[in-house]
Design a protein around this ligand. Structure first.
Ligand SMILES: *[C@@H]1O[C@H](CO)[C@@H](O)[C@H](O)[C@H]1NC(C)=O
Ligand SMILES: *[C@@H]1O[C@H](CO)[C@@H](O)[C@H](O)[C@H]1NC(C)=O
Ligand SMILES: *[C@@H]1O[C@H](CO)[C@@H](O)[C@H](O)[C@H]1NC(C)=O
Ligand SMILES: *[C@@H]1O[C@H](CO)[C@@H](O)[C@H](O)[C@H]1NC(C)=O
Ligand SMILES: *[C@@H]1O[C@H](CO)[C@@H](O)[C@H](O)[C@H]1NC(C)=O
Ligand SMILES: *[C@@H]1O[C@H](CO)[C@@H](O)[C@H](O)[C@H]1NC(C)=O
Ligand SMILES: *[C@@H]1O[C@H](CO)[C@@H](O)[C@H](O)[C@H]1NC(C)=O
Ligand SMILES: [Cu+2]
Length: 367
């Protein structure tokens, strides 16, 4: 996939930031100077307002997504960004996408926020030693990471002075003409967090493995319309803590993601389709006839619009954690890419609360 376009050279998606541990070359165009590509809007904070919490929306772009006949309408962007704040705890995060004029951009306008990942270059991923720590990740379902669980948990992702963030986004266009879009991130945080707040460690659990073998994008097993993918080997927890929030991500065709602790399901995240018009295609994105179980012709094609989240639970040292993804393309048509089933994902990002500012799990930085 994505091997024919010049765009693909700079975009390795999850592979670029997670699996290789080597920062990819920042994207050149049209966001040549990212300073010109960020705007910030203050929003009204919702949680911990008596701790001077703040909420900011950052807009990145505009990015040009190529037409469908170029690189299957896909483009990846990777570049360093300043973090939204320093010496602060991120309590809530959500990604979005819109047109440069601020109007809604989604599957019903033939654009996709395929993936967006923000990582911290100064911290090491809990599940992959050679990757940077993922702070937040989103698919087109645009689920929030409600780390503080609506303000009921004094917990957040701690950003230290001097931390450098990295932006990764894969965008998709289903039209035969380029489209310009803007990617948004909504961050809510508590500055100079008091000592009774807990810092969280994000734990990335992926059917593609702790250090994802395919950049988290797993090829669909040949000739199968219903199949399961599992994370093997599981991740062995080197620290303990309280789970505050687990968010999950599947691609179309996905039914549910199970999160296992020592082989017992502790979170079952169900994919919900087409809850709002934004996730209902006006027409199939491309000619899908002739592929068994993939035929979306003649009916609305609905896409995953949300995934169930889980709250609570414990991580103990030595626990074995894994995830399993169930797909069924007969129940829900999958995405196509260049006439073939597009690769799929099965990921959970689990936020585990420890103690703010003490980070014994970070053995070393890259630099
Ligand atoms: C802020 O409000 C929360 C929840 O209402 C309360 O638990 C906390 O003690 C308050 N803290 C301060 C510093 O006022
Ligand atoms: C905003 O831009 C989109 C995409 O170009 C266009 O379809 C829409 O009509 C525009 N909306 C307004 C209010 O100009
Ligand atoms: C964080 O990482 C960036 C990029 O590698 C580096 O330039 C910076 O010095 C690091 N900051 C700290 C505080 O180590
Ligand atoms: C998949 O089906 C095609 C056509 O029936 C067949 O040629 C191919 O060998 C099958 N592949 C596998 C891995 O079973
Ligand atoms: C797309 O969906 C959004 C939100 O669900 C809705 O507000 C908008 O009117 C829809 N746009 C089109 C072109 O159907
Ligand atoms: C869709 O593709 C099939 C196989 O490539 C072709 O036979 C058919 O004519 C196409 N249909 C349309 C509506 O383009
Ligand atoms: C896949 O979905 C179809 C349609 O809902 C259903 O009939 C079939 O039993 C499902 N297959 C599996 C393996 O769950
Ligand atoms: Cu994905």
């Amino acid at each position: 996939m994505k091997t024919t376009s010049v765009y693909s050279l700079m975009g390795l998606m999850c592979a670029g930031t997670r699996a290789s541990g080597v920062a990819p070359i920042p994207s050149a165009s049209p966001c040549s100077s990212i300073d010109h590509c960020i705007s910030t809007t203050p929003l009204t904070p919702r949680f911990f307002t008596n701790y001077s919490s703040q909420r900011l929306q950052f807009r990145y772009g505009p990015f040009t997504i190529p037409p469908l006949d170029v690189s299957n309408g896909m483009v990846d962007y990777n570049f360093p960004i300043p973090p939204p704040c320093t010496d602060c705890l991120i309590t809530y995060a959500q990604a979005g996408m819109e047109y440069p004029n601020g109007s809604y951009a989604n599957a019903n306008t033939s654009t996709w926020l395929h993936h967006a990942v923000i990582s911290n270059l100064n911290r090491t991923d809990a599940t992959c030693e050679r990757a940077h720590e993922p702070v937040f990740a989103s698919g087109n379902e645009r689920s929030a990471a409600d780390i503080c669980v609506d303000g009921t948990e004094k917990a957040g992702y701690y950003i230290a002075e001097g931390d450098q963030f990295w932006f990764t986004a894969e965008l998709m266009n289903a039209l035969n003409a380029p489209q310009n879009v803007v990617v948004t991130f909504d961050w809510e945080y508590v500055p100079s967090p008091p000592s009774d707040f807990m810092g969280v460690i994000p734990v990335w659990l992926d059917v593609d493995g702790g250090c994802p073998a395919h950049g988290s994008e797993v090829p669909v097993p040949a000739n199968q319309t219903a199949f399961q993918l599992g994370m093997d080997p599981p991740w062995t927890a080197p620290f303990e803590g309280d789970i505050v929030w687990i968010g999950s991500h599947l691609h179309d065709g996905g039914e549910a993601l199970s999160i296992f602790r020592n082989m017992n399901i502790m979170c079952y995240s169900v994919a919900v389709y087409g809850e709002i018009p934004g996730y209902i295609d006006p027409m199939p994105p491309m000619n899908m006839s002739g592929v068994e179980g993939m035929d979306g012709m003649g009916m609305d094609v609905v896409h995953i619009s949300s995934m169930g989240a889980c709250e609570g639970g414990r991580v103990e040292v030595g626990d074995q954690w894994s995830v399993g993804a169930a797909y069924n393309f007969t129940a829900h048509p999958g995405m196509m890419e260049g006439g073939k089933p597009a690769p799929v994902m099965g990921i959970s990002l689990m936020y585990v609360a420890t103690t703010a500012k003490s980070k014994p799990w970070v053995l070393e930085n890259y630099e």
